[in-house]
Write a protein that binds this ligand. Structure first.
Ligand code: CTP
Length: 420
């Protein structure tokens, strides 16, 4: 057992159900001789009481930024620095967001901003919250700022779902504390970025290939043909497939959304590059063509910038791009077991979708209305109709993440069905 008797830990407890495990962590730290000072957020006090913390730590428990009595004993700046390590367990999405953005509106966040000590974070939250782009952005920022992470683990959640977001168990947090105190910075990699931590779930062992975003077809070195696709839906599908345990290859056109963690992302620009990247990624169990591929490219991109001149506007000659979805669906070797396309329509939604299902030889078409008024292109919500040869079902207007989760769950069931 490591001797931590000279070590002082400042333990910030966030408001999550996992806070009960923190009591066990304190017990183990105390067993090793460490001094533990606990700081409770307001939300945390709904899960564990100051009395149990004071009893276990044998120290005063700190809760209020403006408590004069606390300031008289030890000011919050001193509290934040009078420690060898700051540990946040459980670290909620809210605490991570505050810390990543430098907010300081209560005692816990103020201490985290004021400290000059290393911070070790044990995140705990629902898997959807953990996989949200906002949370992942914050985690990436904190990681870049030198914050250390332990967990989260993959498993059953208090809310009944399965996935990444469970707080690590006290022995693992204790081991991380010991490594951090010993100056080990290998811990700095948040688990969600290390693919083995995610490889469980109904798609475990499966390979899912997804296209996402627009393509850019050059006219000259500075101009291109493009469309309004943001990549939000395709990237959400990649995150959902990963959360179900699949190995995921995402072939992304030019987008502003971040690469999903734990996913192999290949960046391309044109339709032809996208097709090459998809073919190189095969074999796959499931292929989802979510990209809004430019249908046409200029016959001959010009090497130098086209100048204005006496001849007036240039005439562009367009040629058709390869249809990636149809090409993959018609492969005679290494055709993915399930091939899924989208039908982005502004009129005759279901009729056009049914035609695409047959014309492109795919197993499922996700039809969505992309008329300007719907705000689907670039927006965060989507109302889709899922069409297979067996029939069609319409889903309500949903967040794109929710569409992605429902879709991947359905595809995982179809894949299982096709094998039994
Ligand atoms: N798609 C593709 N390669 C293309 C064009 C489309 O892989 N060159 C895929 C899209 O990713 C989508 C599906 O085909 O999954 C349908 O795309 P959509 O733009 O709705 O249809 P188009 O085939 O382009 O037909 P149209 O524009 O005439 O509706």
């Amino acid at each position: 057992m490591t001797d931590l008797s000279a070590k002082r830990i400042l333990l910030v407890i966030g408001g999550g159900v996992a806070a009960y495990k923190t009591l066990e962590l304190i017990r183990r730290l105390r067993e090793r001789g460490a001094t533990v000072r606990a700081v409770l957020t307001r939300a945390a006090s709904h899960f564990v009481t100051p009395l149990s913390l004071a009893t276990l730590t044998a120290e005063k428990v700190y809760e209020d930024l403006f408590a004069l009595t606390d300031e008289a004993t030890i000011g919050h700046i001193e509290l934040s620095r009078d420690a060898d390590l700051v540990v946040i367990a459980p670290a909620t999405a809210d605490l991570l967001a505050k810390m990543a953005n430098g907010l300081a509106d209560d005692l816990a966040s103020t201490l985290l901003l004021a400290t000059d000590k290393k911070i070790l974070v044990a995140p705990a939250m629902n898997l959807r919250m953990w996989l949200r782009p906002a949370t992942l952005r914050n985690v990436q920022t904190l990681h870049a700022d030198g914050v250390l992470f332990v967990g989260p683990d993959v498993g059953d959640m208090a809310c009944g779902e399965f996935g990444p977001g469970r707080m690590s168990e006290p022995p693992a947090i204790l081991a991380a504390i010991e490594s951090a105190l010993a100056g080990d910075t290998k811990l700095a990699l948040p688990m969600v970025f290390a693919s083995p931590s995610l490889g469980r779930g109904p798609l475990e062992g499966g390979h899912v290939v997804i296209t996402s975003g627009p393509t850019h077809e050059p006219i000259d070195p500075v101009r291109y043909i493009a469309n309004r696709s943001s990549g939000k839906q395709g990237h959400a599908i990649a995150r959902a497939a990963r959360a179900l345990g699949a190995d995921v290859t995402l072939v992304a056109g030019p987008v502003a959304v971040p690469d999903p963690p734990g996913v192999t992302t290949i960046h391309v620009e044109t339709a032809r590059e996208m097709l090459n990247a998809v073919e190189a990624a095969l074999p796959a169990d499931i292929f989802v063509a979510a990209a809004a591929v430019a249908d046409w490219r200029t016959a001959e991109p010009v090497n130098n910038k086209i100048k204005k001149g006496a001849k007036g506007a240039p005439t562009l000659t367009l040629v058709e791009n390869p249809d990636i979805l149809a090409t993959i669906a018609r492969r005679t070797t290494t055709r993915p077991t399930i091939v899924v396309g989208f039908a982005a329509e502004t009129e005759k939604l279901l009729a056009n979708a049914a035609q695409k299902l047959a014309r492109k030889s795919c197993d499922m078409i996700i039809a969505n209305d992309v008329s300007g008024a719907t705000g689907v292109m670039g927006g965060d919500r989507n109302q889709v109709t899922i069409m297979t040869r067996e029939g069609a079902e319409s889903w309500p207007d949903l967040d794109k993440d929710e569409v992605a989760n429902r879709l991947m769950t359905k595809l995982a069931e179809m894949l299982k069905g096709s094998r039994s």
